[in-house]
Ligand binder design. Structure first.
Ligand code: SF4
Length: 380
């Protein structure tokens, strides 16, 4: 890697030294790269704002290969914003199966209702109006505004943070991402801001990757300060270690020939409206769960771990000591979900029912893990 004195001086200068000429050259190279090397993805073959919106929501925290088969199916089922708004939340969540993070589906549905009610069924162009819709944050608003409407709006996600951290040796863990947003905004002020933003995403996805950046074939290598300083591996800088509390959850596996009992979580809070096994959480969770269900629980059959932003959850799934006749009726009392350790009983769940295939339900991430682990143990 080159380490000349002038390169070192440029590297030390930081993002404040980025001038309009450098930005214009970067923009030119990025657009040329995107037009020559972009992957042919179905959401890149359309300028329909609704289709762009759906793709952006699906791609949040989900890999392209997971989204690819589900995107056309979802759009075939809900071809317009009006069709999406007219569906029930459950129907939308069912069509979302396999993508996880069902809160996104719920927000998409709520936002469609708002668009029909307040914007005559047309997704608004303006960044500020987009950001008022449920589930549309700064990144998604910028992506829709630039890709679907050609607005000069910036996007910054993990890929862009990594790319810019390396290009300008930015310590985003220490300094935050405000400087990165400013650079992205400056870069978007030119021709084809939608293509430019997709070029940034594509760069982060296939060239300036987290594990193995492909510097030798990088189209913006001559602008890269980390490369010039032989410091690529130092960027992006590591975030401070997260401090998490621990939470124990007890799940009950109540099954019969007709399926497995699941309950719907309350409509507010964590995993709102999603389904899971009957549960209790916090100290003495198993005992309280037995009391709530009026079932003696026997051996643990599966154990799973799940990380939330500030909490590490350990969930244990128990089967009843004897198959109770009460399985054919709903559990007799409302059951709390995983809330704060020692929390009081949560609001009653709106529904509880047998699911012939529990994995077909719109599940919380924790419940999905627990059901998959339990089914693996029960398999003969
Ligand atoms: S030269 Fe390497 S580190 Fe720099 S932007 Fe390109 S791929 Fe990323």
């Amino acid at each position: 890697m080159p380490k000349g004195k002038s390169d070192q001086r440029r590297a030390a200068a930081g993002p404040a030294a980025v001038d309009a000429k450098e930005l214009a050259e970067l923009r030119r190279r990025l657009l040329a790269f995107y037009r020559a090397s972009r992957r042919d993805l179905p959401w890149r073959r359309t300028a329909d704002p609704y289709a762009v919106w759906v793709s952006e929501i699906m791609l949040q925290q989900t890999q392209v290969k997971t989204v690819l088969p589900r995107y056309p199916v979802f759009l075939a089922r809900f071809p317009t914003i009006a069709a999406l708004a007219a569906a029930s939340t459950l129907e939308v969540c069912e069509a979302w199966a396999g993508l996880g993070y069902y809160r996104r589906a719920q927000n998409l549905h709520r936002a469609a209702e708002v668009v029909v009610r307040e914007h005559r069924g047309e997704l608004p162009r303006a960044l500020a109006a987009l950001r008022t819709l449920p589930g549309i944050g700064r990144y998604t608003a910028g992506a829709i505004a630039s890709i679907a409407f050609g607005e000069a709006a910036p996007v910054v996600d993990g890929n862009v943070v990594r790319l810019f951290s390396r290009l300008w040796m930015i310590d985003a863990a220490q300094d935050g991402d405000a400087g990165i947003w400013r650079l992205a905004e400056a870069l978007a002020q030119g021709e084809a801001p939608g293509d430019l933003n997709q070029a940034l995403m594509e760069m982060g996805a296939i060239v300036c990757t987290a594990a193995l950046p492909a510097c030798p074939r990088c189209p913006v290598r001559r602008h890269c300060r980390a490369y010039a300083a032989s410091a690529v591996e130092r960027f992006p800088t590591a975030k401070k270690a997260r401090v998490a509390s621990r939470l124990k959850v007890a799940f009950a596996w109540l099954s019969c020939r007709r399926g497995v009992w699941l309950e719907q979580r309350p409509l507010g809070g964590l995993w709102a409206g999603l389904w899971e096994l009957p549960s209790a959480s916090g100290p003495g969770a198993k005992t309280r769960l037995e009391g709530q269900l009026r079932v003696v629980l026997g051996r643990p059959i599966a154990k799973v771990e799940h990380q939330l932003t500030h909490r590490d959850v350990t969930a244990v799934v128990y089967v009843p000591a004897r198959a109770p006749a009460a399985l054919l009726t709903p559990p007799p009392v409302p059951v709390p979900g995983p809330g704060r350790a020692g929390a009081k009983i949560a609001a009653p769940r709106s529904r509880s029912r047998l699911w012939p295939d529990p994995l077909a339900a719109p599940l919380s991430a924790l419940a999905r893990k627990a059901i998959v682990a339990t089914q693996a143990k029960l398999r003969p």
